[in-house]
Design a protein around this ligand. Structure first.
Ligand code: SAJ
Length: 421
């Protein structure tokens, strides 16, 4: 197949990956159509409304729209290349990938596909998806997926909260269904990636992506177990982990209330679904998913003897300094607390979350008359909380710090009973 030059790109899905990718490509001179099925996403973008919590994203999107190279639309458009950036959640039943959005996105662009086009899947998927799902769909539409069209998987690796920087600075893996497809896809990414671009086959790229997130999940599970073991041995786990990590080949992650977001708690399942192996991976999932239960039992102990306790939960997002509450361990923790502690009243404060997204209150309202403060997210604002100003407003001075961000001695001096992970 003759590799035609790529000038026009259609990006399908304008979420936290599709939008910055579309904007980035537009600033590099490609004519980009960003297509999303959700009219409210499109309306918001056309009005140039972008999450202010993602550094530099607003500026990038404004530049792209201002240049005239980025158009936002509720309809797909013909192009030289298509990039699919749609979500891949877990199925409601069973721990397997739900590929319905990938199927729908592919179906939506098939009428616009023509010979010589490039189709790149960026969504995180189980190994084999490009070969066994995308290629047959393209074939059924009348194209030879190895001859007429180039198919590739190019996983994203950007960290929410640092997306724009990492889009440019992270190494990029491009897996092709054919060598030519990988090479062709890599040219698009070379327009903005300043780090290395590595080429491989599509299935290897798919596996590597989910394995990277699995590495982190297993490591966090180890940190969580370490924290529980340290507690049993009477050792401060955070101090111990810091010391463990002074070894040049040891990097134990941070213990916490569990693992949230829409990547790390899901991707290990994509790796082991339908496979016989993967015992450690499944165990790590169970360890991390078990943390909210353990912490709820700690809270119950702290509140022993208190009738109708009021609890101030600080932080509902899945990690620090983002506004995303998807799969947040804080949500599971609160559900556990409500299940285990009769007549408990839980109030949530999160400076990064609006009332439209979750029922949050301000710090004063959460803490007023409370019997315990629980830190569930390590937002920067919570690192500087002053126990001597919170204490007098509370009915009972107790702190459960699931992120280990407070100075225990300082809180104890202010009269708090402290439990920390
Ligand atoms: N967490 C801990 N302890 C740690 C680190 C994280 O408990 O030491 C928790 C966080 O609080 C959070 C969860 O894990 O609840 C996940 O947070 P994260 O910052 O590790 O990851 P994500 O989900 O925001 O982004 C990950 C990243 N993957 C890796 O670092 C290997 C990112 O680079 C990927 O692009 C992203 O998943 C993705 O889209 O797959």
């Amino acid at each position: 197949m003759q590799a035609l030059p790529i000038r026009r790109i259609t990006v399908v899905g304008l979420g936290y990956i599709g939008l910055p990718t579309a904007a980035m490509l537009a600033t590099k001179g490609y004519d980009v159509v960003g297509y999303d099925v959700n009219p409210s996403v499109v309306q918001r973008l056309q009005a140039r409304q972008v999450s202010a919590l993602e550094p530099d994203l607003g500026t990038l999107v404004s530049q792209a729209l201002g240049s005239g190279h980025l158009k936002i639309s509720t309809k797909p458009a013909a192009a030289d290349a298509f990039i699919l950036c749609v979500p891949t959640p877990l199925q409601h039943r069973g721990r397997k990938a739900d590929l319905s959005y990938v199927r729908a996105a592919t179906k939506a662009i098939l009428p616009f596909l023509s010979k010589g086009n490039l189709l790149v899947l960026e969504s995180t998927v189980p190994p084999g998806t490009t070969r066994d799902l995308l290629a047959p769909m393209v074939e059924r539409a009348g194209f030879d997926p190895r001859e007429d069209v180039d198919l590739a998987h190019c996983p994203e690796t950007v960290l929410p909260g640092n997306i724009v920087k990492e889009l440019v600075g992270n190494d990029r893996l491009v897996g092709g269904l054919t060598t030519e497809a990988a090479q062709r896809a890599s040219q698009i990414y070379a327009s903005f990636v300043k780090a290395k671009i590595k080429l491989t086959d599509a299935t290897t790229a798919e596996l590597v992506k989910v394995a990277q997130n699995t590495f982190r999940d297993v490591n966090i599970a180890l940190a969580n177990e370490m924290a529980l073991l340290c507690r049993e041995w009477g050792v401060d786990s955070r101090a111990a982990i810091e010391l463990m990590n002074t070894h040049p080949r040891v990097h134990v992650h941070n213990p916490g209330p569990g693992v949230g977001g829409h990547c790390i708690p899901l991707d290990p399942w994509f790796l082991v679904q339908d496979r016989a192996s993967g015992r450690l991976v499944r165990t790590a999932r169970a360890v991390n998913d078990g943390m909210p239960k353990i912490l709820a039992s700690w809270l119950k102990r702290l509140l022993r003897g208190v009738r109708e306790p009021k609890v101030a939960v600080l932080g509902i997002t899945y990690k620090a300094n983002v506004d995303d509450i998807r799969e947040s361990p804080a949500l599971v923790f609160i559900a556990e607390v409500r299940k285990r502690i009769p007549k408990v009243n839980v109030l949530v404060h999160d400076p990064h979350v609006t009332k439209e997204r979750y029922d949050v209150v301000d710090l004063e309202a959460a803490v007023e008359g409370a019997h315990c403060v629980v830190i569930t997210t390590d937002h920067r604002e919570f690192r500087t909380l002053d126990p001597s100003s919170l204490g007098p407003r509370m009915r009972n001075r107790a702190l459960l710090d699931t992120r280990g961000i407070t100075d225990r001695a300082r809180w104890e001096e202010a009269g708090f009973r402290v439990e920390a992970l």
